[in-house]
Write a new protein. Structure first.
Length: 210
């Protein structure tokens, strides 16, 4: 299956993409990861992206989609993929279609803004190994300490309430229009917010007909 994860920041896209990846045996691909890999490997599009990054500029859509097309053409994606964090805008989605990147489903994880603010303010991250926790739904065994490496957990600046509200505003302006874009193409599957990660996964699998 070829799946796109849609939803506001904090809707659970990364967590569910990881779970689906294991269940379906297909890779979960995030823009950040493929961008870093392309730069590290020195591919032609990676070098192009690096020139923008080194100049402190945003990497243009055509370069992002070029890197994505490169990654999806690899053997790891032969049986499908899950995209998390791309496309973010209508032009990116259009560029993907122009590149011949086809998808089976766009999963819209629909979570109210207030729930997201509450959810993200409870998030804690390990600065050493990158593990993430939530003080309510997935707390560490020892308060404030990473289970995996023992480092002290932090609140990311991105998870502060004022920042979360700003990120939600950007999402509603730039990314939310993708819901209508994929609905028009008959690809949209909307999954309403549930109380637990497991119930959310079950609802997603049902929406996908799995």
């Amino acid at each position: 299956m070829k799946i796109i994860m849609l939803g506001a920041p904090g809707a659970g896209k990364g967590t569910q993409a990881e779970i689906l990846s294991k269940k379906l045996g297909i890779p979960a691909i995030s823009t950040g990861n493929i961008l870093r890999a392309a730069v590290k490997d020195g591919t032609p599009v990676g070098l192009k992206a690096k020139s923008y990054m080194d100049a402190g500029q945003l990497v243009p859509d055509d370069v992002i989609i070029g890197i994505l097309a490169e990654a999806l053409a690899g053997p790891a994606c032969a049986n499908g993929f899950i995209l998390d964090g791309v496309p973010r805008t209508i032009p990116q989605a259009q560029a993907m279609e122009d590149q011949g990147i086809e998808i089976d489903a766009a999963l819209d994880l629909n979570v109210p803004d207030q729930t997201i603010v509450e959810r993200m303010s409870g998030r804690r991250v390990c600065p050493a190994c990158g593990a993430t926790y939530h003080m309510v739904s997935a707390p560490p065994k020892k308060d404030g300490v990473c289970d995996k490496c023992g480092a002290e957990l932090i609140v990311r600046a991105d998870d502060a309430p004022a920042t979360v509200l700003d990120r939600l505003r950007v999402y509603h302006e730039q990314t939310e229009p993708l819901i209508a874009f994929y609905k028009e193409r008959g690809k949209l599957k909307t999954v309403e917010n549930t109380t637990s990660i497991e119930e959310y996964t079950a609802a997603i699998l049902k929406a996908l007909g799995i």
